[in-house]
Design a protein around this ligand. Sequence first.
Ligand SMILES: Cc1cc2nc3c(=O)[nH]c(=O)nc-3n(C[C@H](O)[C@H](O)[C@H](O)COP(=O)(O)OP(=O)(O)OC[C@H]3O[C@@H](n4cnc5c(N)ncnc54)[C@H](O)[C@@H]3O)c2cc1C
Ligand code: FES
Ligand code: FES
Length: 472
Amino acid sequence: MSITFTLNGELRRLPAETPPAMTLLDWLRAAGLTGTKEGCAEGDCGACTVVIEAPDGARAPVNACLMTLGQAHGLALRSVEGLSAPDGAPHPVQAAMLAAEATQCGFCTPGIVMSLYAHARMGGDAHEALAGNLCRCTGYRPILDAMAALPVAEDTAPLCPATDVTAFGPPEHRFFLPRSLDETLRLRRDHPGAWILAGGTDLGLQFSEHRENPGSIICLRDVAELRGMTAGPEGLSVGAAEPYAALLDHMAHDADFAAFAGLLRRLGSRQIRALGTLGGNLGTASPIGDALPPLLALGARVSLAGPDGARDVAVEDFLLGYRRNALRADEVIARVFIPRPTPGAIFAAEKLSRRHDQDISAIGLAVLLERDGDVITHARIAHGGCGPMAARAPEAEAVLEGAAFTEAQARAAGDALARAITPMDDLRGTAEYRRVAARNLMLRLYWRAARPDAAAEIMALPTPHAPRFISP
Ligand SMILES: Cc1cc2nc3c(=O)[nH]c(=O)nc-3n(C[C@H](O)[C@H](O)[C@H](O)COP(=O)(O)OP(=O)(O)OC[C@H]3O[C@@H](n4cnc5c(N)ncnc54)[C@H](O)[C@@H]3O)c2cc1C
Ligand code: FES
Ligand code: FES
């Protein structure tokens, strides 16, 4: 009945008394594996990056500071100590970093190397791969050079420990990994004070930063009914515990959800998206949850599973107030149904944050405009960061319905939006900034719809005084 995982190819079976809510980072460092660093302990800096490896060779970087030991159960993990060859020769990723003189400070380099190790297998955009590694203050360009020279990753077949164990930890701190919804609901009934944990990218801060240790934890990772996605002509049904990475993968290849994918690409970093879930974004009901405005604009619904069956609730009715939602104490969010925009409709979503990546929104805006010819027949506009909760903006919708989507109409809708919202001052922006920004985002959405190529054209304009970052 103990937590079991493989680390750098070696089977690790932890003593039964090991607290399952201990972070993987604390455990690694206490075990002498101090190559993995603690910078921020809140998922922001990437110094603690380790990699989950799947038997098919897939790799996913995660923040060890947010991940509990319980979440490591049954996984194959690699830390920076597990990269070099048995004779001590550096891994090809480390060799590429060395050759490009890309080594940063001793704190940041191990995390960057681990992100690159995952990237060598995952591919995709270099900037996206590094978004979760905050500092590259001793030189960003050489890292990009190293990335350009990365070898194609070998197909590894890591050993994931076979395990039937679904509960561990001392009696006062049990960690449950149920496999079915029935079992989850039973546990919810029998342990009413237990924390529900999906990816832990929000809740993880309670363990890592605030050092809280709850009585029991019910982790949803292995609940079959809460995982997977099915796409149909009506929309997409997404398991509430399916990580964002899989959702992004799907949406990036589904033209109806291209705008949603663009937003997800900016949600946290690869490390955060490997674990974080839509269920968690809805569960926190944070006014600045990135997924909430597009879910509201598209008319998404959640299926809430409880002892008496499932109930279907519009996201609009699910969100009740500042960090409050309609979930009952004996329920879990099981699935999220995201309708497709109707043919010819405009669907767009935007977020403003102080950093482009890995940063929670100051404000977000999403619109769905259904049209008959030039006339908007139905408008759904939803904002985040503009009040106590993400919500629709009926005042702005009324300005657009029955009108053509022109610049003047978009300005009028933006004005109505700015008048209707009740933002506040905080470290992400003042109320006044948010009002102006909300109005401007409405206009930006108009320009994106009217001139889809404009952003690319602007980026392509010659900027003679801009520094060059990438070698020819
Ligand atoms: C560095 C960093 C960057 C981030 N960047 C962003 C960002 O750009 N945009 C953004 O929106 N968020 C961001 N977040 C916040 C977080 O990643 C998201 O809110 C994410 O969706 C949380 O999902 P999770 O699965 O990790 O939730 P968890 O932390 O596991 O849970 C969060 C809450 O939801 C509840 N919950 C989770 N799943 C269910 C379920 N199925 N049923 C019932 N209750 C449930 C939990 O009990 C808990 O109260 C960031 C976080 C970090 C640490
Ligand atoms: S220690 Fe900074 S992301 Fe984990
Ligand atoms: S602090 Fe490590 S590279 Fe900047």
